[in-house]
Write a protein that binds this ligand. Structure first.
Ligand SMILES: NC(=O)c1ccc[n+]([C@@H]2O[C@H](COP(=O)([O-])OP(=O)(O)OC[C@H]3O[C@@H](n4cnc5c(N)ncnc54)[C@H](O)[C@@H]3O)[C@@H](O)[C@H]2O)c1
Length: 324
């Protein structure tokens, strides 16, 4: 259980601890802790507690907790069942769904992992009452991705209701979360192991992951990096004449609506280098998911360092970071 969640929802922690055969292990959820060392600590604690193969792990927390606990469940005694209990908006709409689990490696994000489906995902909007606004923005980064994949109707609806997300309007959140999950489900049901269309869900992530890694995971949070990645990748698509300027403007407006200006420094060379190491590379070529309209994307493997550099310079010109 994410230690911050355990503190903010003490009643839940106490309740679990009073249940028969249940115990709580706390984990300090932050991107820097989603690594092999913390995984090893978690596995050791499971072994010390004599957890059997027929027992169930609960991952109670955001995407970091869900990814590392899910991966522990995938490899502990060759695999045990687990249940996702997402507590951030991002994990409710994205990371708890679809069975991708894993940890980061110094050479790249999510480089070590597995596909291991949870036997259930339990979502309670109550967790969002204690979630900081910045984390809501991160969730909206992934929702923006679904909005682009889904089409104008959901895109426009989401764009005009972001204020209500900050107000934590339950009916609105319910609608947006359900639509996001439904969108993700459609891709996963067609392609569980990401051999084809599931890759569309990586929109914004090729450049997003590189920005996140190049800045040491400590400047931009995952969902923020995805928003920056969406903008950069949309810029590449527009420059390649795959995306109309009007659709690009809509994406730019949404990203500007969600992201605050920042003078955080991002190293251009490091980012380009990291893009080349992205695990979505096939046959040595990096595959980019580029929007071709609000509602469609295409996969291209002919993106040059110059394309990436131009896009990064554009994002910097919007004052979302400073290039060095
Ligand atoms: N597996 C997948 O398919 C998938 C998809 C998208 C993202 N991810 C991964 O998810 C991670 C990002 O997830 P995240 O944004 O949830 O980050 P996170 O798990 O780090 O949570 C963000 C912060 O919110 C705190 N928190 C969590 N729930 C809270 C609550 N209810 N109240 C108060 N504070 C709370 C956490 O302690 C943490 O400080 C990244 O590592 C990313 O790679 C995975």
């Amino acid at each position: 259980m994410d230690s911050r969640v355990a503190k903010a929802h003490l009643d839940l922690r106490n309740h679990i601890e009073q249940m028969d055969k249940m115990s709580v292990s706390l984990f300090e959820a932050k991107e820097e802790n989603k690594n092999l060392e913390q995984l090893s600590i978690l596995l050791t604690s499971l072994l010390k507690k004599n957890i059997e193969r027929d027992q169930i792990l609960f991952a109670i927390g955001g995407g970091v907790t869900g990814d590392i606990v899910g991966f522990a469940a995938a490899i502990y005694k060759r695999g045990i069942n687990y249940i996702q209990v997402p507590t951030t908006l991002l994990s409710m709409v994205d990371s708890s769904i679809g069975g991708k689990v894993g940890v980061n490696h110094p050479l790249g994000k999510n480089m070590i992992g597995a596909f291991h489906q949870p036997i259930a995902v339990l979502i309670s909007l109550k967790f969002l009452d204690t979630l900081p606004d910045r984390e809501l923005i991160c969730g909206m980064g992934e929702i923006a991705k679904y909005a682009i994949l889904r089409g104008d109707q959901f895109f426009d609806y989401f764009q005009s209701h972001t204020t209500q997300v900050f107000e934590r309007s339950k009916p609105l959140l319910m609608k947006i979360i359900k639509t996001s999950i439904d969108t993700k489900k459609r891709y996963i049901e067609r392609d569980v192991y990401e051999n084809g269309v599931r890759a569309h869900l990586n929109l914004g992530h090729t450049i997003g992951h590189a920005i996140e890694t190049a800045t040491g995971y400590s400047v931009f949070k995952h969902g923020e990096a995805v928003l920056l990645g969406i903008l950069a990748e949309a810029h590449i698509a527009m420059r390649m004449k795959l995306l109309k300027a009007s659709a690009f403007e809509k994406i730019l407006k949404l990203v500007r609506q969600l992201m605050n200006e920042s003078n955080a420094s991002v190293k251009l060379d490091d980012t380009i280098h990291l893009v080349l190491y992205d695990k979505k590379a096939k046959g040595g070529r990096v595959r980019f998911v580029l929007p071709t309209s609000i509602g469609n994307v295409t996969i291209r493997d002919d993106i040059t360092p110059r394309n990436i550099s131009d896009a990064m310079k554009f994002v910097a010109s919007e004052n979302l970071f400073v290039l060095s």
